[in-house]
Write a protein of this length. Structure first.
Length: 209
C-alpha cells in the first residue's frame, strides 16, 4: 500500500515569518492577501502531487524554512507596501513568477526528459538549471491561474491582462532556471535564485501591467 503524502509545512520560523508577511500584505490590500493565499494553496497541492515518485527520486520537500519564505515572499511584500505608488502590477507579477517556478519545479520532475540549460544535454531530474517540456508548460499554467485569480480580485483586469500575467510568470520561471545554472556551479543558492525569479516578475509586472 502506498504511503500517503503529508501536507508540506513550514517550520516554526518559516510559519512566523509567513504570518508577518501575510499581516503586512493584508493591511495594504485584502485582495493581495487572497492572491498570496491562492499561491500558498497551489504550492501545497503541486508539492503533494506525485509524492511517491518525488520521494523515490529524493526530491520531496516536506518542511520548508524561513529562508524559503523570505526568498519567495520578500519581493511580493515590498511590492505590496509600495502599491500606492507603483500600482498592483509588480505585486501580481512577482506572485505569478514564483507560482510558475513552483509548478515547474514540482511538476516538471514527474514527466519528460530533463535538459540542462548549461550544455543542453539530458540530465537527472531535479538538477538546478534543468527544464522539461512538461514542467515548462505547467509553469505557464501556474502563472495563468494567478492571472485568473487577480481578474476576480482586482478591478479593471481583463483577459488580455490575464495572458500578460501568465507570460510574465512564465518568463520568471525561465529566468529561475537560467540562474539555476549559476547555482549548479556554486554561485548563489536556491534562495537567491528564487528571489531573482520574484524580482524579474515584479519588474516586468511594473513595466507591462
Amino acid at each position: 500500500m502506498a504511503t500517503k503524502a503529508n501536507v508540506a509545512l513550514l517550520d516554526f520560523a518559516g510559519l512566523g515569518l509567513a504570518a508577518v508577511m501575510g499581516i503586512i500584505v493584508a493591511l495594504v490590500n485584502p485582495a493581495f492577501l487572497a492572491i498570496m493565499l491562492i499561491f500558498l494553496v497551489l504550492s501545497v497541492l503541486v508539492t503533494r502531487y506525485g509524492f511517491e515518485k518525488k520521494r523515490d527520486l529524493g526530491l520531496y520537500e516536506h518542511e520548508r524554512s524561513w529562508e524559503n519564505v523570505l526568498a519567495n515572499g520578500l519581493i511580493p511584500t515590498i511590492c505590496a507596501v509600495a502599491n500606492p505608488w507603483i500600482g498592483w502590477g509588480a505585486y501580481v507579477g512577482s506572485i505569478a513568477a514564483i507560482t510558475a517556478d513552483k509548478f515547474a519545479s514540482e511538476l516538471g520532475v514527474l514527466g519528460g526528459e530533463p535538459i540542462s540549460l548549461l550544455n543542453f544535454k539530458k540530465t537527472k531530474a531535479g538538477r538546478n538549471g534543468a527544464i522539461t517540456v512538461f514542467g515548462t508548460l505547467m509553469s505557464l499554467d501556474g502563472a495563468l491561474l494567478i492571472g485568473l485569480a487577480a481578474m476576480f480580485l482586482i478591478p479593471g483586469l481583463d483577459l488580455r491582462k490575464v495572458v500578460a500575467i501568465g507570460l510574465i510568470g512564465f518568463g520568471g520561471s525561465m529566468v529561475d532556471s537560467i540562474v539555476g545554472v549559476l547555482e549548479e556551479k556554486g554561485i548563489g543558492t536556491k534562495a537567491t535564485t528564487n528571489a531573482v525569479c520574484a524580482l524579474f516578475g515584479a519588474i516586468c509586472g511594473l513595466a507591462f501591467l
